[in-house]
Ligand binder design. Structure first.
Ligand code: OGA
Ligand code: MN
Length: 309
């Protein structure tokens, strides 16, 4: 197995391994060690089947099935496997879905910086995404290193966030984007509290723990907290902390949700962009769940305004 750093800060390309085959113990350990350091591992020309992708991911821990069973099956279940998330703009019949289709809207919702399942009391550890069809323009996935971003943060802001807690809510970005989810969906995951500075267990490095799901910083007014999070996300997303992956069909990218954020980039929604994802569950947990009463006021579409508080 060969591991070549992609840039001076994080991310590496791994070659000389066949992901269609079961991993040896040595290969499994090597990948686990490398991802602790690099945060993102890119495997090119690995046309794995869905079952092979599930088998590969299972080498790194228990797989999440909650997202698919609690939420995504309500959109469609094209892949028919509780551990596989359909990250595509393809409808259940296999055609490119209409731009209004919930499946397409889901891909748009991935275009803000996030860590998968940061809004869950038990979040994800690794996500493994494979490409079946890539867009001819755009559609990259970008990754940002939260550890490098912490290292480069000014002293005063580090002091400010040192003991702060942020509240993450699953639907915050979707509400902001005007995605009209019903109340049942909005109450699937209660808001959770997380420390804004965490230590990554694999590398022992500190990191800034925020993403676009944060709607409140405890101990600050709502506007002050949101401005701070916005500023931190701008800092995290600066070029020197970012690796942008341009997809080709057959690529597999694995990332550590504990140390990097990611986002999808815009592409022509009339084109087919087809990926599938498997994620493992982390053993960390948030500082606790809040009640739904503490949810932010919804970004109200006029037809929903009558349900406003
Ligand atoms: C994901 C995700 C972004 C993209 O699969 O978790 O956020 O580029 N994907 O499709
Ligand atoms: Mn994601």
């Amino acid at each position: 197995m060969l591991v070549r750093p992609i840039n001076p800060v994080f991310a590496a390309e791994v070659s000389d391994v066949d992901l269609c085959q079961p991993l040896s113990d040595g290969q499994r350990e090597r990948i686990e060690n490398e991802i602790q350091e690099f945060g993102v591992l890119v495997f090119r020309r690995q046309p794995i089947t869905a079952d092979q992708q599930v088998a590969f991911a299972s080498s790194f821990g228990p797989l999440d099935t909650g997202l698919q069973t609690k939420l995504l099956n309500k959109v469609q279940n094209r892949l028919g496997h509780a551990a596989l998330s359909d990250i595509s703009n393809v409808d259940a019949s296999g055609q490119v879905a209409d731009r209004q289709h919930k499946q397409t809207i889901m891909t748009v919702g991935n275009m803000y910086w996030h860590s998968d399942a940061s809004y869950e009391h038990h979040p994800f550890r690794y996500s493994i995404l494979s490409s079946q069809a890539a867009a001819s323009w755009g559609g990259q996935t970008q990754f940002a290193d939260l550890r490098a971003a912490y290292d480069n943060l000014d002293e005063r802001t580090r002091d400010l966030i040192r003991d702060k807690e942020a509240v993450f809510y699953a639907n915050y970005t979707r509400d902001f984007l005007g995605i009209e989810d019903d109340e049942a969906q909005r109450q699937t995951y209660p808001p959770v509290r997380w420390p804004m500075v965490r230590t990554h267990p694999g590398s022992g490095r500190k990191l800034i723990w925020v993403d676009n799901k944060v709607f409140k910083v405890l101990g600050m007014s709502v506007p002050e907290g949101r401005v701070l999070v916005h500023e931190l996300l701008e800092h995290i997303g600066q070029r020197e902390h970012v690796y942008s992956h341009t997809w080709e069909a057959g690529d597999v990218v694995m990332w550590d949700n504990r140390s990097v954020l990611h986002r999808g980039r815009r592409f022509d929604l009339n084109e087919r962009r087809e990926m599938r994802r498997v994620s493992t569950v982390d053993d960390s947990s948030s500082l606790g769940e809040l009640s739904f009463d503490e949810l932010p006021r919804r970004w109200m579409a006029p037809e929903n305004a009558e349900h406003a508080e």
